[in-house]
Ligand binder design. Structure first.
Ligand SMILES: [Zn+2]
Length: 344
């Protein structure tokens, strides 16, 4: 089959790789209907050291079950399913606590002999725990929004949940990428009425407004902090959803947080040290967030997507074939595309 392999920064190729087959009785093989490129795929795309041995890449997909192992129940050939960006057994103590990203028998796509998602098919370990069956056909118009359940929408939701967003909290979202926009949508769904979106790309912040942002602040740094404080009587917001991952974004997040407030981060941190000293302490700011256990949220978020009540799939602004994946990476890295959908 064909699949995406990354060899280093700027070097993504689509190549022939071995067809997936069942290895363990807990596996399934899924033919990919839709995959996509994640903002976090851009970090290796920008910085991965060159190597002769490429690595499979991609961690978001939905598809059709082709084959299941003897220990997999509840799934059969022909089922349409979505997979979260971490595979997990859904039964261990961490999974029972809703922390599937720490599953004792789980792992990441594209690592240790597991297929990446940007390909024609995937061997799914722990299939019964990992895959969520979707009551739709292969040609459903809902596929883009359903695909966001693999990562981007639950990640925005996790950010809002861990921040404690509710109808009484004001919210700042930092970042107008697909996760930031998803966080706006999630915050609105959790009842927030005042949502300030910090972002500079007008076509993205416009979608943010349609998702529920009430104010947009294009300025960054000290200027951006001053603007958000102006909008909130000088105090900042109760909750801040940091969806970028840079140190500058974290500094802005702390700057726009109201005393006693919460900063939640879901952008993968690109720093080792941050401003967590006396200022944060004296203002009683809580820092939370982390990698989103998407699997824990899929069933909860699914009904509103199936009803068409929310359309998180609107973050996709380009659809490409598998062979066009290298150009899809380039388009996202150049900020020509917000989020790229792959139709193998
Ligand atoms: Zn587990």
């Amino acid at each position: 089959m064909r699949a995406t392999v990354i060899y280093g920064a700027g070097d993504v190729r689509v190549e022939n790789v071995p067809d997936p087959a069942l290895k363990e009785p807990t596996d399934a093989v899924v033919r990919v209907l839709r995959s996509c490129i994640c903002g976090s795929d851009l970090w290796p795309y920008k910085s991965k050291p060159a190597s002769d041995a490429g690595e499979r890449i991609g961690h978001e997909f939905l598809g059709v079950v082709e084959e299941v192992g003897s220990e997999v129940s509840g799934l059969k050939s022909g089922d349409v399913v979505v997979a979260p960006f971490v595979w997990a057994d859904n039964t261990c103590d961490f999974c029972s606590e809703g922390l599937h990203t720490s599953c004792r028998h789980g792992g990441f796509w594209g690592q240790e002999g597991v297929d990446g998602a940007q390909g024609e098919a995937v061997r799914v370990p722990q299939a019964q725990g990992t895959l969520v069956k979707l009551p739709v056909g292969e040609d459903s118009e809902l596929l883009p929004s359903l695909l966001t359940l693999a990562d981007v929408f639950p990640t925005g939701h996790h950010c809002a949940v861990t921040a404690g967003v509710n109808p009484r909290t004001t919210v700042t979202v930092i970042g107008d990428g697909a996760v930031g926009l998803s966080a706006v949508l999630a915050a609105r769904q959790l009842g927030a009425e005042r949502i300030v979106l910090m972002g500079r790309h007008t076509e993205r912040t416009e979608l943010g407004r349609e998702f529920g942002a009430t104010d947009v602040v294009a300025e960054r740094g000290e200027e951006g902090i001053a603007k958000v404080r102006d909008l909130t009587g000088g105090d900042g917001t109760h909750t801040v959803l940091e969806c970028v991952g840079t140190k500058q974004a974290l500094e802005m997040a702390l700057g726009v947080a109201r005393d006693g407030g919460v900063v939640s981060r879901v952008g993968v941190p690109q720093y080792e040290e941050g401003p967590v000293g006396p200022d944060m302490f004296l203002r009683n700011i809580t820092l939370t967030g982390g990698v989103a256990p998407a699997r824990a949220y899929i069933e909860e978020l699914l009904p509103d997507v199936l009803d068409g009540k929310i359309e998180p799939g609107r973050v996709f602004d380009r659809t490409i074939s598998l062979d066009e994946v290298p150009d899809g990476y380039r388009a996202m890295a150049d900020r020509e595309a917000l989020k790229v959908l792959i139709k193998p």
